[in-house]
Every structure is written in C-alpha cells, then in structure tokens.
Design a protein around this ligand. Structure first.
Ligand code: PMP
Length: 363
C-alpha cells in the first residue's frame, strides 16, 4: 500500500517544541568541563552510590509499587507526612502527573516568560493551552499572573528558585499569589533548586496552608542523582490520591529507590553540597560583576551571566568552548544575551573566571 500522510496525533502534540538539553560533548576533547545542566559537581553521596551497587543483587525482583521506604525517608528528613508524598521518574514525571490529571483540551496552563521549558510541553501534551505571562527583569510577576487567570485556568507553574534566571519569589508574594487564585486552580511550586536557597522549605508550609498548592522536588540537583531520575511531590491527600491513579505502579526501579533513600538520609553530604555551592556561587557572581558582566543574585546552583548583546554572549560561549567549558545558551528561554553557568567546584569556578576575564580583556 502507498505511504499516506502521517497519521494525525492528538491535538496539541504537534505544537510541542522539543526539549533541548544542555550540551555534553565537544568534538575532539576529552577534558570537557560540563557546566551546562546544573549537575552536582561533587557527584552523588558515596552512601547513595553504595546503595545503588547493592541493589544489583535484587534486579530480578519487582520494585514495591508504593515507594513506602523512600517516602518514609523523605518524610522523616523533611518533616513531612509520607502519605502526602508521591515519587516519580524525575520531578518531570511528577509535573506530568499533575498536568495530565488536572488539565485537558481547552484548559489553560499559566507559565511565565522565562519559565522552565517542560511546562508548555506538558500543557500541550495534555491538549491544554500554555499561557505565558511576562516577567519583570527576569523576575516572576505575581500580579501579572493573577491578571492572566481566566475561567479556563487550571494550573499555574512557577519554579522557586526559577530556572534559568535563578531569581526567587518572596514568601509574602507567594502567599499573595495563592490567596488571589481561584480555589480550583492548582499552583505548582517547582522546588527543583529549593535546597540551594538558604532557609527555604521549597513551599512545604504553603502546601500545608492552602489545599490547592503542590510542591515538586528532585534528587537530580542537590543529591547529584540526575542520571538516575528520581523526583517527588507533596500535596494534600486528595491530590496525591489523584496523581497515584495516573502513575504507573512500577515507575521507580529498586535501584532508584535504594539510592534515593540513602541520598536523602545523608544529611551531612547534602549540607556540604549546599554550603560549597553558596560559597562558589557568590564568588563567581562577584567576579563576573567586576568584569562588567551582568548577574542577578541567584538562589540556585547556577548563575545567569548577562552580556551586552546576543553577539557578545555567543562570542563568550565560543571562548569558553575553546577552553573545553560547556555552559548553557538560553536563547530558547528568550534570553539571547545570557549564558547560564552551573556552579562547579572551586577549580571549575577559577577556570571559568580565568577564561571570561581574558575574553573581557580585564586581565
Ligand atoms: N524543574 C526545573 C525548574 C528544572 O530546572 C528541572 C531540571 N532541568 C526539573 C524541574 C526537572 O528535573 P528532574 O526531572 O531531573 O527532576
């Protein structure tokens, strides 16, 4: 039979702009310093690595479907009710459960100008319409979000701290946002970088105060387990019950759960990663500002370096590549004059400062 036109997918699917991940390779180089995906420069906790290795003896067993051990550990360490926690394959999967469960064709999902690129992807995949709200100088504007709410709004997505800007919405503004939302609109507080913002609980207390707030978290950043894919969400019981209905029963493997449980329990390693990150983040930011490169205060494990123009940002990217350093171009986030740089260890920070100082002609 002749091949006909492509078979039509569900509405919205062809609107999806494919996700672009940070570059990981440079042709002809083996000494690449990868600062393009907000990975943990200290790796995963040695205890998590040992737990992962030990899981090898159990690969013939199906994993438990309720993630009870992992949820208990997360609950214990974060002071949360384990029955109000759900685990997923990265926080991406938890974000997918939420969108799939609460938004459908004709519904609107609010995201912001420089918001994480998965939000519109998930909205389209559910057949819903992503509505993008302007930010003010790379900061989420609570009033603009509230003005964008219509009768069709089902979900509002914000990351706090935000990626790729690194900025944060203040606690008081978060309260104002939830208080201003209709009670049947879900506010998703994406706390992928929450551990890097000193003293911030990721929004857990807001979840406890307002029934329509959901917090999502990840093991990919502070716990250095991006390669293993584990995330979780915290919400009121009735929402968790809904999300568990769309979750595949065996979504997490034995190895994922064992490693994640060991990682979350290794509190001193977690603290070490957060402290080092804060130290080198401030150091790097100060160095960039002294060179005349714009840089907002960041609350995450990266900074957004702001150049005078898109051309200068592209040239800086090439200068970094020439020295084997990969950072993230964020033109797709409507920030063509910016480069997002993951905070590495001391050596990585000194290396990047050296290259940028030469690039700017200030050394
Ligand atoms: N939210 C934000 C804001 C992110 O930057 C990321 C990682 N790029 C994620 C969620 C998803 O992370 P993961 O699926 O690895 O948990």
């Amino acid at each position: 039979r002749p091949i006909t036109d492509p078979i039509r997918p569900q509405p919205g699917i062809m609107e999806i702009a494919l996700y672009v991940s940070g570059e990981s390779k440079l042709a002809g180089r083996t000494d690449v310093l990868k600062l393009s995906s907000n990975e943990n420069p200290y790796g995963a906790s040695p205890k998590a690595q040992a737990a992962f290795a030990a899981a090898a003896g159990n690969l013939h067993r199906y994993p438990n479907t309720d993630h009870a051990g992992l949820r208990a550990a997360i609950g214990e360490i974060h002071g949360l009710d384990p029955d109000r926690i759900i685990c997923g394959v990265g926080s991406d999967e938890v974000l997918q459960f939420i969108t799939q469960s609460y938004a459908g064709p004709g519904d609107e999902v609010i995201t912001t100008e420089h918001g994480f690129s998965m939000y519109p992807i998930l909205a389209h995949a559910a057949g819903a319409v992503p509505v993008e709200v302007k930010e003010v100088e790379r900061r989420i504007d609570v009033d603009a979000i509230l003005s964008a709410v219509t009768e069709r709004t089902r979900i509002v997505f914000i990351a706090n701290p935000a990626n790729p800007t690194g900025t944060m919405v203040a606690e008081a503004d978060l309260h104002r946002l939830v208080a201003g939302l209709p009670g049947d609109v879900i506010l998703v507080l994406d706390g992928a970088y929450a551990e890097f913002a000193e003293g911030f609980d990721g929004g857990a207390s807001l979840v406890d105060t307002y029934p329509n707030v959901v917090m999502t978290r990840t093991f990919s950043k502070i716990h250095g387990l991006g390669g293993l894919r584990i995330g979780w969400g915290y919400a009121q019981r009735s929402i968790i019950d809904v999300l568990n209905r769309v979750r595949q029963p065996f979504n997490l493997s034995v190895a994922q759960m064992e490693a994640a449980e060991a990682a979350v329990r290794d509190v001193s390693f977690t603290r070490f990663c957060a402290t080092e990150n804060a130290k080198w983040r401030d150091h790097l930011r100060q160095a960039l500002v002294q060179m005349g490169i714009g840089c907002d205060e960041s609350f995450a494990n990266f900074i957004l370096a702001r150049f005078a123009s898109a051309e200068e940002a592209d040239a800086a990217d090439l200068a970094l590549k020439a020295e084997g350093i990969l950072v993230r171009k964020v033109a797709g986030y409507k920030l063509p004059n910016c480069l997002r740089i993951t905070i590495g260890d001391e050596d990585a920070c000194r290396r990047i400062i050296g290259v940028l100082a030469t690039f700017k002609g200030v050394r």
